[in-house]
Ligand binder design. Structure first.
Ligand code: MG
Length: 387
C-alpha cells in the first residue's frame, strides 16, 4: 500500500453538524482510506449521533448529554460512551492520526488544546479555537494543525509553492454573503440572512458570512495559523467562491487554489493530512465559459472586517471578546430580538468597553473569564435594545 493511500484513524468532534456529516460522507466513500475511531456531539441530536456510531462501528462516542440521556438512545451500540461537559475534550486526547474539530463556537477550544497536547494532529474547522485562544493554541505548535476552513486550506496549499520568507501577503477571498450588493441592511430578516448564495453551512457561520464577521474571524485565524502580521492579511470579495484564497510572493507572483465551492475538498485534504482524495469534489468545468470577479470589500457597509483587524492589533484577549460578543449577538438576531445591523454594533461596543483592560491569555480559565465579561456586556446591550 502506498503512503498516500494508507488508512488513517480519525476522531470527529461535532459529528452531527455540517462539517461532521460531510466528513462521514467522505469516510463512507473511501473506506480504504479512513476509519472513524471516535465521534462526539452535543446533546441535541443523540439519535443521529448513535446512528452514526453504529453505522461506522465507532468504538468511542462522546456527548455533552448526561449518562441517563445518552442511555435512552444508545441501545444496540456496544462501544464506550463518554458523557458530560468535558466529553469532547476527553475524546480529543484519544491517540489517532487526525482529530477533526468540527464544533461550532469557542467551546471547541478546549478539545483543540486537548488533542494537540496529546500529540494528535488536528484538522481544524473550529476557527474560534484560534480567535478565542490563538496564543494558547500556538503554544502547542501550529505545525500539527491542518486548516479545514476553505480559505485557510487554500492558503496552506499555496504556501507549499514557496518559502515562508518569500511570502509578501495572503489574500482571503469572501463571497460577500447574501447582502453583497444591498445598500440598506437595516431591514434584513433572519430568513434572508440564512440564505447564503454559494455555501451550505450551519446557521451561525451563515449569519457570520452575511455580516462579514466570518471574514473578520478568518483574518485572525490566518494571522495565527501562518504566523503572519495583520498588515499582510488582505481580504477581497469574490462572489463565485471558486478561488478559495491566494498567496502573493515577493517576486510579484500570486498562487491561488481553486475548485467549485464544496467543503468536501478542504475536509478531505485535512483528514488525509495533506494527501489528495480522488474525486473529493468535482473539478472546474473548463469547457463552459465562466468568469471570476474580484472587488474590494466595502468596509463602511461591513465594519466587521476592520474591527477584526483592530482587535488583532490590540492582541491579548481582544479577539476573544470579538468572538464571544458576536456569539451572543447572533443568537439574539436569530431569536429576532435585535436587528441585523445591531450585531456588529454589539461586538464593537463590547470590544471598546473591554479590550484595553484584557491582558495576554495564559490558560483556558483566562479565556473563560474574558468571554464571560464579553457575553455579559453583549447581553446587557441586547437587553437595552429590547426595552
Ligand atoms: Mg471560510
Amino acid at each position: 500500500m502506498s503512503e498516500t493511500s494508507r488508512m488513517r484513524e480519525i476522531v470527529i468532534l461535532g459529528s452531527t453538524g455540517s462539517i461532521g456529516v460531510q466528513a462521514l460522507e467522505i469516510v463512507a466513500a473511501n473506506p480504504d482510506r479512513f476509519r472513524v475511531v471516535g465521534l462526539s456531539a452535543g446533546s441535541k441530536n443523540l439519535p443521529m449521533l448513535f446512528d452514526q456510531a453504529k453505522r461506522f462501528k465507532v468504538p468511542f462516542v462522546a456527548t455533552t448529554a448526561t449518562a441517563e440521556e445518552a442511555k435512552k438512545y444508545s441501545q444496540g451500540y456496544d462501544g464506550e460512551v463518554i458523557t458530560g461537559a468535558n466529553a469532547s475534550t476527553e475524546l480529543a486526547a484519544h491517540q489517532c492520526d487526525v482529530v477533526l474539530n468540527g464544533i461550532t463556537g469557542s467551546i471547541g477550544l478546549s478539545p483543540t488544546l486537548s488533542a494537540l497536547s496529546a500529540g494528535n494532529r488536528v484538522a481544524l474547522a473550529n476557527k474560534e479555537s484560534l480567535v478565542a485562544g490563538g496564543e494558547l493554541v500556538m503554544k502547542f505548535g501550529r505545525d500539527r494543525i491542518i486548516p479545514v476552513d476553505s480559505e485557510h486550506s487554500a492558503l496552506y496549499q499555496c504556501f507549499l509553492g514557496g518559502k515562508a520568507d518569500e511570502v509578501a501577503k495572503v489574500i482571503l477571498t469572501a463571497s460577500g454573503g447574501p447582502f453583497r450588493d444591498r445598500t440598506d441592511l437595516s431591514s434584513v430578516t433572519v430568513a434572508e440572512a440564512l440564505a447564503h448564495p454559494t455555501w451550505a453551512m450551519g446557521p451561525v457561520v451563515t449569519i457570520n458570512s452575511a455580516t462579514l464577521m466570518n471574514k473578520g474571524l478568518e483574518i485572525i485565524e490566518a494571522h495565527y495559523l501562518f504566523d503572519i502580521p495583520y498588515s499582510r492579511v488582505d481580504a477581497v470579495i469574490h462572489p463565485q467562491s471558486v478561488v478559495h484564497s491566494m498567496v502573493e510572493f515577493i517576486d510579484g507572483s500570486t498562487l491561488a487554489q481553486a475548485s467549485p465551492p464544496n467543503m468536501k475538498g478542504p475536509i478531505s485534504y485535512a483528514i488525509a493530512d495533506g494527501d489528495r482524495v480522488a474525486g473529493a469534489t468535482r473539478s472546474i468545468d473548463w469547457t463552459a465559459a465562466h468568469q471570476w470577479s474580484f472587488a474590494p470589500i466595502n468596509e463602511q457597509r461591513f465594519p466587521a472586517v476592520a474591527l477584526a483587524r483592530h482587535c488583532g492589533e490590540i492582541g491579548g484577549g481582544a479577539t476573544t471578546i470579538y468572538n464571544a460578543a458576536n456569539e451572543i449577538a447572533v443568537a439574539a438576531f436569530i431569536n429576532q430580538t435585535i436587528p441585523f445591523t445591531a450585531i456588529v454594533k454589539i461586538v464593537e461596543s463590547s470590544v471598546n468597553a473591554l479590550a484595553q483592560s484584557t491582558l495576554s491569555i495564559r490558560d483556558l480559565s483566562d479565556v473563560s473569564a474574558i468571554e464571560q465579561d464579553a457575553r455579559l456586556h453583549a447581553e446587557r446591550f441586547v437587553a437595552e435594545m429590547r426595552s
